[in-house]
Write a protein that binds this ligand. Structure first.
Ligand code: SF4
Ligand code: MSK
Length: 654
């Protein structure tokens, strides 16, 4: 790939050039030197036992004969379908495990906070505490917040090891969806149980029927979306506050030449929350000044960034593919990492500069990095030690500093609760105005566009192109993860973007409510907020009685992580048509791919699709949204009606 085709972000291109001049490696360079294995790419390589690895690729450039088809088997006789399904299902299991282990760690901290054993962490959102207490059937009465939180924490902890019944958050789904899951036997019983069973069933010689493997894969993914991820989001909101709209900035230009620059990168918010507090301590700022710095500048990267952006407005230095480039600026004293999406390349790149790479989680260490463990019992002290380490490194900065100018304003902080409030107002908080505007045609539908960057495609291009196409066509876009960051860099997360980029109908609604046409809902685990938003739309009435009836669609145009597949699978299982870009990991089996792309619709009401071209991806999503509008009888362009009370009552009765 030519250098200029690596990214559409000028800050990224400038730092790729600087890395080359400095002789530093980076992900873009490595991806040019390493071609993806074509057999692994299509899911046709099995390496789960030592009689293999067995490779069963589809013949290229010709139709497969029956004889060839019969021979396309592993040493044990496993078919291409079984092999591709096992690979796909194991990726989903890993993604579900990652989100859910994140949730477990949050639950541990939550319990410590509830018991007063984690100094600095408290109950910040009482309203949400009471809501979650209701969901779990926890008695409120005269009890203190701490007592209620302790019982919630203990009950949530049990969800991980639960062996039978149904996960508690599943009950938040529309009734019809819950019944469908029961009928198809995919309701998750326990978070850990589903992941373990998935690993067992894909062990050599166990489940060897691809539809059966994919059924457990669905259960495992639902244990993520309606389990681990949803619980992580709820407890984080209670502990750190439910996000509300906040103004901030994004891109490498948020780094400051005169300050000690610290980037926190990864996914879990606990350490980041504490860093955001400790960097404001007068004593620590004075310490930074004593080393010649003007102050301390904390910025984020990937989803830890999204967490502290949503709650504190801490600026974001960039998304997944920019992590090494932050070091290349020469102005970064420390990159502090927790878990997930952290490239080992950071340690290599840091060798060329003065940046210290600091791992903080006992589950995620890295050769070439230093480890300062974050201990929730002494959170302040841990955060202070990390910040002092960065400050001590400030005098070691070289002269080779170049910080790109690019930084863009954005408004983030759109939790489900905030959307509810913004749309309906304090006393009538609801999704009714959204539903009404979908019914009257001002808003054509809603899309969730999420997921990663991928060095195999032009950085940020598919995210921004797709989202621009969608809003131009009056589709309101909800975003999380690195996709949200891409669109924020392009200026799509500002209220004025409605007039500039959105279609007439969507723009008029956004301007009336005062929101951007693209709403930032948070980190990867916060995709659960999209499920709750979709459920709220169903419950508000007028758009069918299940998520699969809604004119909505999902996409991850530049996905790369196993977590993205788990997210996609639980969106599909929740009834959402979901399109992935870049590559598709089951193309080695036509039957399995057909099953996921077509047959799933008749089972779950949602199905997968693959399309690398963002314009065609938009067409697919708009086509699906229009089909749903037609099924709901909303295909005829409606006049923009103002609803009187009688009409509202009629709508409510639907
Ligand atoms: Fe090959 Fe079968 Fe072993 Fe897989 S399980 S590596 S297909 S022999
Ligand atoms: S960080 S999972 S690269 S979105 Fe959540 Fe970005 Fe994908 Fe990681």
């Amino acid at each position: 790939m030519a250098e200029e085709a690596r990214s559409i972000d000028p800050a990224t291109l400038e730092m790729i050039d600087k890395a080359r001049e400095d002789g530093s490696s980076n992900v873009f360079e490595r991806s040019s030197n390493m071609k993806p294995c074509p057999i692994g790419l299509e899911g046709s390589c099995c390496r789960i036992c030592s009689m293999g690895p067995c490779r069963v690729p589809l013949p290229k450039n010709k139709e497969e004969t029956a004889e060839e088809r019969a021979k396309r088997k592993g040493v044990c006789g496993a078919t291409a379908e079984t092999i591709a399904a096992r690979n796909f299902a194991r990726m989903i299991a890993a993604g579900s495990a990652a989100h859910s282990d994140h949730a477990r760690k949050v639950t541990e901290t939550f319990l410590l906070a509830a018991k007063g054993e984690a100094k600095g962490f408290t109950i910040k959102d009482e309203q949400k505490l009471l809501q979650v207490a209701l969901n779990f059937g926890v008695k409120i009465a005269e009890r203190s917040n701490e007592e209620i939180a302790t019982e919630i924490g203990e009950l949530v902890m049990k969800e991980f090891g639960r062996q039978e019944g149904e996960l508690t958050p599943v009950k938040s789904a529309p009734l019809k969806r819950q019944e469908l899951w029961q009928k198809t036997k995919v309701t998750p019983r326990g978070i850990d149980r589903e992941v373990v069973e998935m690993m067992h069933r894909t062990h050599m010689g166990v489940d060897q029927e691809y539809k059966s493997i994919m059924s457990q894969a669905m259960r495992t993914a639902l244990a993520d979306g309606w389990g681990g991820s949803m619980l992580a989001t709820d407890l984080q909101d209670i502990m750190f506050g439910t996000p509300a709209p906040v103004l901030s900035q994004i891109n490498l230009g948020v780094l400051k030449k005169e300050d000690v620059n610290i980037i926190i990168h990864g996914h879990e918010p606990q350490l980041a929350e504490m860093l955001a507090v400790v960097v404001q301590d007068p004593g620590i700022i004075e310490y930074a000044r004593s080393k010649g710095a003007r102050g301390i500048n904390l910025a984020g990267m990937c989803c830890t960034a999204n967490e502290i952006l949503m709650r504190h407005g801490v600026p974001i230095a960039g998304n997944f593919l920019q992590q090494e480039l932050a070091i290349v600026t020469g102005a970064l004293e420390a990159i502090v990492v927790d878990v997930q999406c952290i490239m080992q390349g950071l340690a290599d790149v840091a060798q060329c500069y003065h940046t210290r790479v600091i791992t903080t989680d006992p589950r995620a260490k890295m050769t070439g990095a230093e480890h300062i463990e974050f201990d929730e019992h002494r959170a302040w002290e841990s955060a202070e030690q990390i910040i002092r380490t960065a400050i001590d490194n400030f005098p070691n900065r070289g002269k080779n500093i170049r910080i790109p100018d690019q930084k863009t304003d954005l408004v983030a902080g759109f939790s489900h609760e905030t959307i509810n409030y913004l749309l309906g107002g304090l006393f009538r908080a609801s999704y009714r105005p959204l539903n009404e505007n979908i019914i009257n045609g001002r808003i054509r539908g809603v899309a969730g566009v999420v997921g990663c960057n991928n060095a195999r495609t032009v950085h940020d291009n598919a995210h921004i192109t797709l989202v621009k196409e969608l809003i131009k066509n009056d589709v309101l876009v909800l975003q999380t993860g690195c996709s949200a960051m891409a669109c924020a860099k392009a200026g799509l997360m500002l209220p004025e973007a409605a007039r500039e980029f959105a279609g007439e109908g969507l723009a008029s609604v956004c301007e009336a409510v005062g929101i951007p046409p693209v709403l930032h809902l948070g980190s990867c685990v916060d995709n659960a907020r999209i499920l709750i938003a979709a459920t709220a739309m169903v419950k508000d009435g007028g758009l069918g009685d299940d998520i699969s009836d809604l004119p909505v669609a999902g996409a991850a145009p530049e996905w790369m992580s196993e977590k993205a597949l788990s997210i996609g699978q639980y969106f599909v299982g929740s009834g959402v048509f979901t399109v992935f870009g870049t590559t598709w990991p089951t193309t080695g089996s036509k039957e399995l791919t057909e099953f996921l792309f077509k047959d799933y619709e008749s089972i779950y009401g949602g199905m997968w699709a693959f399309e690398a071209d963002p314009y065609k991806m938009a067409e697919l999503m708009l086509g699906h949204i229009d089909k749903k509008r037609k099924d709901l009888g909303l295909d005829k362009a409606r006049d923009r009606v103002l609803y009187d009370m009688a009409m509202r009552r009629e709508l409510d009765a639907v």
